[in-house]
Ligand binder design. Structure first.
Ligand SMILES: Cc1cc2nc3c(=O)[nH]c(=O)nc-3n(C[C@H](O)[C@H](O)[C@H](O)COP(=O)(O)O)c2cc1C
Length: 168
């Protein structure tokens, strides 16, 4: 079974998840582990991205569009959310790039810390709008994301791989 692990990660969160997947799949033939590239031939594709505007990055969108008749597992990290409902929304946006000839064998998301510049932006918004609860909760979420992906997230990756193992 040839496995490709393809991902986009700017600050390293999604890369950590990709590395954990690679570790878990050490008994398989990993033919590729890196950023998207054309003509990567495999049976199963683990495709990951950081979250941008509620979906995966355009490079990953294009890569997913190029796949046909493959088994695909999606993974990623997101700064906001932290709930299944939120990850389902992201996954459904990512899924729009996958043609029906493929089989989606599963998906995994967890939170990923964000750059401090994002916090500063929301802190300024709170200063300008001190009564806006929404901005305050975004800052709380920022702080919550700071230690992710953490050990528990990586254990969850392990469990996720076990749960989809019989599909490839
Ligand atoms: C420009 C920018 C846009 C972002 N947009 C979103 C978003 O729409 N939704 C979200 O949940 N997180 C968003 N984030 C947070 C990142 O997806 C998150 O921090 C992710 O873990 C980064 O992954 P990486 O370390 O692999 O690059 C954004 C971050 C940046 C810098």
């Amino acid at each position: 079974m040839k496995v490709a692990i393809i991902y986009k990660s700017i600050t390293g969160n999604t890369k950590l998840i990709a590395e954990e997947i690679k570790k878990e799949l050490s008994s398989e033939e990993i033919v590729y582990f890196d950023e998207p590239k054309e003509a990567v031939e495999a049976d199963v594709y683990f495709v990951g991205s950081w979250t941008d505007k509620g979906s995966c990055t355009p490079k990953i969108q294009n890569f997913l569009k190029s796949l046909a008749n493959k088994k695909i597992a999606i993974f990623g990290t997101a700064g906001f959310g932290g709930s299944k409902e939120y990850y389902d929304i992201i996954f459904n946006n990512v899924k729009k790039n996958i043609s029906e000839s493929n089989e989606i064998i599963g998906y995994f998301y967890c939170q990923g810390k964000m750059p401090i510049s994002i916090k500063e932006k929301y802190e300024n918004m709170v200063k300008e709008n001190p009564n806006n609860i929404k901005f305050k909760s975004i800052i709380d979420n920022f702080d919550n994301a700071l230690n992710h992906p953490n050990e528990k997230d990586l254990r969850n990756v392990k469990d996720w791989i076990s749960s989809i193992r019989d599909k490839f």
